[in-house]
Design a protein around this ligand. Structure first.
Ligand SMILES: Cc1cc2nc3c(=O)[nH]c(=O)nc-3n(C[C@H](O)[C@H](O)[C@H](O)COP(=O)(O)OP(=O)(O)OC[C@H]3O[C@@H](n4cnc5c(N)ncnc54)[C@H](O)[C@@H]3O)c2cc1C
Length: 562
């Protein structure tokens, strides 16, 4: 008898019970191969020739980077303002995992593939789509590093405006990560941050009070003031807004000067944030920092908006990625956990919840990739340029708003385990609200949509054409589009102030219509279920309320586990 008890104890590690009915560890996996919606969307949007690079990064992100992400997230960055001798150093220290993740991402084009023909065959058709897919794969495992990666990517068009800053543009697109303290000449690659938000205003950047005073009449300025949110302060350079004599102006502020001295700005403290822990977000004071003008004086908003359009695209890709990872974790758990005699995955009500999440996730992924395709084609296609303009704001609003409730629902699929850090769901849950707050919060996106529709005929025309292109395939979609088209005509004829309050409801309906249009045109088996549930009323307000007419088995087959 004694021998039996000893054997049980040895196997379970307990002498009171054996460990049973727990799912196996979520195994490291190939995020590209496991995601048919992503692969199909990349091919449809013209990124197919980058498939080998994406497959490669899917394995790295789902393998090594997933493993490292735990340390990068848990061991939060620390600010060291002074060295032991009292010299000011303003250095943020990260766990080595953070640097390895940045190195892998930059080396594989997460920040640069769109721009660099000589490295990855980038800068050509499909490159934005492929880079967007890389960003989506990356964000699933380590969203904190996505912040400096997306800012570095998005800064390149602005830097390219100024011939004197060509080296900055080239090195921001280069496949090298160098976190050291050195001036640009000593680096093969650089990272770029962004400083707009000040204490008195973030959405309203025109209220920026920091000043930029020209030095001896050239293109060099000295910056005095502050930035209230300033993420990734260890970047090599920052695009900042400040008031120059000619008005609000965009400037590039390097961290190190050409002679190797630190530039004159101080990192005052790091923000103690809800989530996004691996990313350092700081407050800085500008104490006469040297900066180079980017674009004309007074054109700061126009210059930085070019950058922000791209970071907004990455917000929607990021939220879609968070949904995808949360869903993957939920399905993994439900397939192995049993309750009341069968697995959770086999329980009809849980199947309804999971199927609803699958529909939402695929619609988010495909819509974000559709916008990336439009960004790719925009330089030589007026329809796509108009579409990218308005769909970026619509998608940024909608997909980023959907993520927190989605992640919470996926978390609940794991029961109590989903509230425990080791499951990854708490990390995703803390991250989820951020994309809808920064880069222009929800209301700002809705007002931007309204402004584009009222003032930019190319954007309105592109939106209408996009919706028309999917007509005739689904009666619920056709009825939905007819109703919005009517409302649009009425709304757009009114004064901007009179219709502001209705803009969220308008943008929500447009977003659902655009998601449905993308799904219908793609031929995905989920299109019908999406249209019936989201447009045809076969659903309630929370996830898991699909009507019985929807074939959940067919929807769940998209996760490769039916
Ligand atoms: C973790 C983190 C990191 C960040 N990193 C950076 C960074 O690196 N660089 C940078 O420049 N900024 C950064 N930000 C700042 C971020 O971009 C701003 O917080 C955001 O743009 C909102 O600005 P605000 O905080 O001043 O809010 P406010 O502008 O005060 O807005 C508050 C709320 O009012 C709403 N609102 C504003 N105007 C209107 C209106 N006319 N009608 C209706 N509603 C309105 C907004 O949508 C928002 O919901 C970061 C923020 C966070 C949380």
């Amino acid at each position: 008898m004694l021998a039996v008890i000893q054997t049980d104890t040895a196997q379970s590690g307990f002498d009171t019970h054996s460990v049973d009915n727990q799912p196996p560890e979520y195994v490291i996996r190939d995020l590209w191969a496991a995601d048919p919606a992503l692969r199909e969307a990349v091919a449809e949007e013209g990124g197919g020739r980058f498939e080998a690079q994406l497959a490669d990064y899917g394995r790295i992100a789902g393998g090594e980077l997933y493993r490292l992400s735990w340390d990068a997230h848990r061991d939060r960055p620390r600010l060291r303002t002074h060295d032991r001798f009292g010299h000011r150093i303003d250095r943020v220290e990260f766990h080595p995992a953070y640097h390895r993740i940045m190195e892998a991402a930059i080396g594989h084009g997460v920040a640069g593939l769109s721009w660099a023909p000589q490295t990855w065959g980038g800068g050509a058709d499909g490159a934005h789509v492929a880079r967007a897919a890389l960003s989506y794969l990356h964000h699933q495992v380590e969203p904190g590093t996505s912040c400096p990666l997306t800012m570095t990517h998005a800064a390149v068009p602005a830097l390219r405006r100024e011939p004197a800053l060509r080296e900055w543009a080239e090195k921001a697109a280069a496949p090298y990560y160098d976190p050291g303290d050195a001036p640009i000449a000593g680096k093969a690659g650089v990272t770029i941050g962004m400083g707009m938000t000040e204490k008195q205003g973030g959405s309203d950047v025109r209220s920026n009070a920091s000043t930029a005073m020209p030095v001896s009449g050239g293109d060099t300025y000295r910056l005095v003031g502050h930035k209230w949110f300033f993420s990734a302060p260890m970047c090599d350079g920052f695009l900042v807004l400040a008031q120059a004599p000619g008005g609000l102006t965009c400037l590039l502020m390097p961290r190190q000067l050409l002679d190797g001295a630190r530039n004159s700005f101080r990192v005052m403290r790091l923000k103690d944030k809800l989530g996004d822990w691996s990313n350092a977000s700081s407050e800085v004071e500008l104490t006469g920092a040297h900066a180079y003008r980017v674009g004309a004086e007074g054109r700061g908003v126009a210059v930085i908006i070019e950058m922000v359009m791209l970071t907004r695209l990455d917000c929607m890709l990021g939220s879609a990625a968070e949904m995808r990872m949360a869903l993957t974790q939920a399905v993994h758990h439900c397939r192995h956990r049993r309750a009341f005699g069968r697995t959770l995955f086999e329980q009809p009500l849980m199947r309804n919840v999971l199927a609803d999440l699958v529909l939402e996730s695929e619609a988010a992924t495909r819509f974000a990739l559709r916008v990336a395709g439009a960004v790719d084609r925009a330089p030589h296609d007026a329809h796509e340029a108009g579409f990218a303009r308005v769909a970026t704001a619509i998608g940024k609003y909608w997909i980023c708003k959907r993520a927190p409730a989605f992640v919470n629902e996926a978390q609940e699929c794991l029961g109590g385990a989903g509230y425990v850090e080791e499951s990854m769901l708490p990390r995703l849950y803390r991250q989820a609200p951020l994309n809808s707050i920064w880069e222009g919060s929800g209301n700002i996106q809705c007002l931007d949509v309204l402004r584009a529709l009222q003032r930019e005929p190319a954007a309105t025309g592109a939106l209408r054409a996009e919706l028309s292109s999917a007509m005739g395939r689904d009666s619920a979609f056709d009825a939905w589009v007819a109703s919005i088209t009517n409302d649009l005509t009425v709304l757009l004829a009114q004064d901007f102030d009179a219709v502001q309050a209705a803009s969220r409801s308008l943008v929500e309906r447009l977003a659902l219509a655009l998601q449905a249009a993308v799904l219908l045109r793609s031929g995905t088996p989920l299109a019908d279920a999406f249209c019936r549930s989201r447009l045809g009323g076969a659903r309630g307000c929370v996830y898991g309320t699909l009507s019985a007419t929807i074939d959940t088995g067919m929807v769940l087959a998209r996760m490769g586990c039916e």
